[in-house]
Design a protein. Sequence first.
Length: 148
Amino acid sequence: MRIFKDLDLVEQLGSGIPRILETYDKECFHFSENFLRVVLPSGKVLSQPNTEQDTEQDTEQDTEQDTEQVTEQVLSLISVMKERNYNRNELMKAVNIKHRPTFLYNYLQPAILRGFIELTIPEKPTSSKQQYFLTQKGRDFIRSLSKN
């Protein structure tokens, strides 16, 4: 990759990973079968976890904020889910996605991180028997969309 150095597009060759590790934890690196994904946190706290029970008004505000932040992919995924468990292939077929990494990174993982979907075997996320289900938060979110 010397061409990047010759074009002054990088400061020095081979320094990226060590420099990232000087600043961030190893949790920034997510390895899958064929890909490496690096997620660098911004340093800003975007939201604080709510340890108290939500009030009705607070829940409505959360739902409005969720609506603004939920991607079309996550929305399409949770919209097809009913009151049962699904394996990954069933969900991929339901949203008409054939490329597994695209499905995992753009649909499934964001939905899990938002708390809309949970795993049936959370202690073994890569299990061949893993299934996914829509959480109460996911059902409430879909319900709130149908009211608007």
